[in-house]
Each structure stands twice: as C-alpha cells, then as structure tokens.
Design a protein around this ligand. Structure first.
Ligand code: ADE
Length: 232
C-alpha cells in the first residue's frame, strides 16, 4: 500500500496540510514531528524538516526507515531563476541538483557529488505529470511549469549569484532542501517530486518580497499537494 511522505521545511509550508489530516498520530524523531494519518483518502506522513540540506536529508532517511514511505513530495516556496516564473507561479521538478557542491578542481561538474556519475537527481515522471495535471484543476489561474530545482545552504538574494545559478546550473528556482531530498530519495529508491511556489525573484528584491509573499505561495503549493495525493 502507498504511504506518501510530505516534507516542508517551514511550519507555514505544512500547517494547512496538517489541519486536513484525519486519524493523526505524531512520532517525534531527530527533533521533527512526523504526523501520520489520512489526507484526501491517502495514507501520508507530514513533517516539517527545518531549513537546509542536513535537516532535509535526515528527514528523508527517517521517512524511509521508520515509516517505509513509498513516495516523497516536497512542498514549499522558492526564489525564481526563470523570467517565465513570477511570484505566485509554481515550479514542479523535472530534476534537482546542488549549487553549492564544488569539486570541479578534480574534474567533476559544478554541483556534482563526486563518484556518483551524474549531477541531476531526476524526479519521478509520473508524479511530476500528476502534479502538473492537478495544478490545472486546483489552481487554474496559476501558471505552473516543470523545471530544475537548484538547492544550497544559502538564501539567494543577489543578482550576480542568481545569474551564476542560471548560467552554471540552468536552474529554474532556488531553494534550500530540494536536492537533498532528491538525493535521499534516490539513495533509498523512492520516487519523489518537488513542488515549489515562487515567493521571490532570488535577486536584490528577494529580501522585501519573501516575507510578503511566502504565506500565499506556500498555500498554493499545499493545495496542490492535498489534491494530488488522492490520485497517487
Ligand atoms: N526560498 C524561497 N526563496 C528563496 C531564495 N531566494 N533562496 C533560497 N531559498 C528560498
């Protein structure tokens, strides 16, 4: 039977989902509360992992080991790296990679974890297609596209850094957990997708825009996740 792990880094990214959970039970592990129950008819575990790559990776491993999840969905917000993605729009992952892994000195590509043989962690095509299709239904006024998530332990709020993430990694959005979740899911052979609503443009305006738009953006992403879990 399917059991879907749903990860958000921050409370506002998961709070709406938790209020809709029935038959809920909570297990605390590594400082994280894992809320197990039924969401829109699906068996799920909802968890706020905290910010950054280490929190996200630990969380995926616990979802795999303790809860034996069959799928992982990461919901949340991100900074846009693509002129086609405005604040409020949604990016669904085709793949994810790290922008702060650099072993280029030994011939690896920027972002490549040495000895893995590739740098992009591919999202599950079925989950990505389902997310896209569901988005049209739940958020008909919202523009959604499939693309690349680039992740690192940095809030991107500088035009020059943003330009580097576009030229070196061809990223469509920047955030701080997705690639780590993708990496953990890959190692545990669990299909995953990352769904991120755009809260800012990851440039010099990000510091102003992020606090203004994060809550609304997080709601868009969560609404999509609620609807889609019922169809997995
Ligand atoms: N999450 C939302 N906006 C972000 C940004 N600009 N950089 C990193 N993570 C983010």
């Amino acid at each position: 039977m399917n059991k879907i792990g749903i990860i958000g880094a921050m409370e506002l990214e998961v709070e709406q989902l938790k209020t809709q959970l029935s038959q809920a039970s909570i297990t605390r592990k590594a400082g994280m509360d894992f809320h197990e129950g039924i969401l829109n008819g699906a068996s799920v575990v909802i968890v706020r992992c905290g910010i950054g790559k280490v929190n996200a990776a630990l969380c995926v491993q616990i979802l795999a080991d303790v809860f034996q999840v069959t799928h992982v969905i990461n919901t949340g917000v991100a900074g846009s790296l693509n002129a086609d993605l405005d604040i409020g729009d949604i990016l669904i992952s085709k793949d994810a990679l790290y922008h702060d892994m650099d072993v280029t000195i030994f011939g690896y590509k920027p972002g490549e974890v040495p000895q893995m043989g590739f740098r992009e962690f591919s999202a599950d095509e079925h989950l990505a297609a389902l997310a896209q299709e569901t988005c049209k239904k739940v958020n008909p006024g919202i523009h959604a596209r499939v693309g690349r998530v680039v992740s690192g332990d940095q809030f991107i709020s500088d035009k020059t850094v943003k330009e580097r993430l576009i030229s070196e990694f061809h990223g469509d959005c920047a955030e701080m957990e997705g690639a780590s979740i993708a990496h953990g899911a890959y190692l545990n052979q669990i299909p995953f997708v990352i769904i991120r609503a755009i809260s800012d443009k990851a440039d010099d305006s990000a510091e102003m825009d992020y606090p203004t738009f994060e809550a609304q953006a997080a709601k868009h992403s969560a609404a999509l996740v609620t609807e889609m879990v019922g169809k997995i």
